[in-house]
Ligand binder design. Structure first.
Ligand SMILES: O=C(O)c1cc(C(=O)O)oc(=O)c1
Length: 312
């Protein structure tokens, strides 16, 4: 793999670049596996970062993303619009249309988006919109604007991806539970894994999924959520042990509504950049049987993103 570049933009101080030379996973993912949460950044010289962005990353191109896909043994990607590109979806759409049909996407749109623009994104492979409530990443968007967007994308068969912090779930509950589409939660709603897995905070998230069969969760980002590590570096086969009970609980209880993704190129990590091969080796710790692995990595993302290829 090549080294990350930065073009003419100046990276946010302390920015950690994606890991070059990831290891080959020991865990062999099932045939047809989907990396259902990853991003492209720029390259900034071709697809400039948005003026309203909260961070400036290193570039992370589609070619680098697809090289990683092949290296890790995955077949497809879901490319999620990164906040550093705001509502300018060109880099993400460019990745989709140059994927040979192997990538679908999740966009960020404003209420000013036209039906023609939505149709064009659909043709390119977009299947969802992302609503972000993480305050360090985006400015506030009024809820009525988001509901309007959700109602407009519903006829396309798209879903809504939501990103929020666990402490904000009580306040956002009423809004989330009125969304008219499938709802996919990024990174398990960012639990505080230093709290008990059966404590009130995570119980509320489990209740959210249990009471709302349209809610799915990505059991991704142990490297972001872990407090105790160990880090997925230097061949570590038992990384992020404190995250395992949380992710395993969601996979066991909702095996048909979970997705997994690398989160490459891992925006805004502060402590370390994981070896993506070792992140793949984390999967069997949270999806502990071949049946659960098949659902997590193949059947579920195919049903959500390539339903036309799923028989029956
Ligand atoms: O926690 C984050 O910083 C983060 C940021 C973004 C983004 O900027 O889009 O996406 C993610 O999935 C996670």
């Amino acid at each position: 793999m090549s080294k990350p570049t930065t073009g003419d933009f100046t990276k946010t101080p302390g920015w950690l670049d994606w890991y070059t030379g990831p290891s080959k996973p020991r865990f062999q993912v099932p045939a047809g596996s989907v990396d259902a949460h990853c991003h492209v950044f720029g390259p900034g010289a071709e697809f400039p970062y948005a003026p309203e962005r909260k961070y400036t990353p290193c570039d992370a191109s589609k070619a680098e993303l697809y090289a990683l896909r092949d290296h890790l043994g995955f077949s497809r990607n879901v490319v999620v619009q990164a906040t550093c590109h705001g509502a300018d979806n060109r880099a993400m759409v460019d990745a989709l249309v140059n994927s040979g049909g192997k990538a679908r996407g999740v966009a960020t749109v404003k209420r000013s988006v036209t039906d023609e623009e939505l149709q064009a994104m659909h043709a390119a492979g977009v299947r969802g919109v992302r609503f972000n409530f993480v305050k360090r990443l985006v400015d506030f968007t009024p809820k009525e604007e988001l509901i309007e967007i959700a109602n407009r994308i519903k006829p396309l068969g798209w879903h809504v991806v939501i990103y929020f912090e666990a402490v904000d779930l009580p306040e956002l509950w009423d809004f989330f539970t009125t969304l008219p589409t499938d709802v996919v939660v990024d990174h398990m709603g960012r639990p505080d894994v230093s709290q008990p897995v059966d404590g009130p905070e995570f119980e509320l998230f489990v209740k959210f999924m249990r009471e709302h069969p349209n809610v799915w969760s990505k059991v991704s980002c142990p490297e972001r959520l872990s407090v105790t590590g160990p880090k997925a570096l230097n061949g570590e086969q038992n990384a992020y042990t404190d995250v395992i009970p949380f992710a395993r609980r969601i996979v066991d209880e909702f095996p048909d509504r979970v997705l997994w993704g690398t989160d490459w190129p891992h925006p805004n990590l502060k402590d370390h950049m994981p070896d993506d091969g070792l992140l793949v080796d984390f999967i069997p710790h949270i999806a502990t049987t071949p049946e659960l692995q098949q659902k997590l990595l193949v059947d579920n993302p195919m049903r959500l993103y390539w339903p036309e290829e799923v028989k029956g």
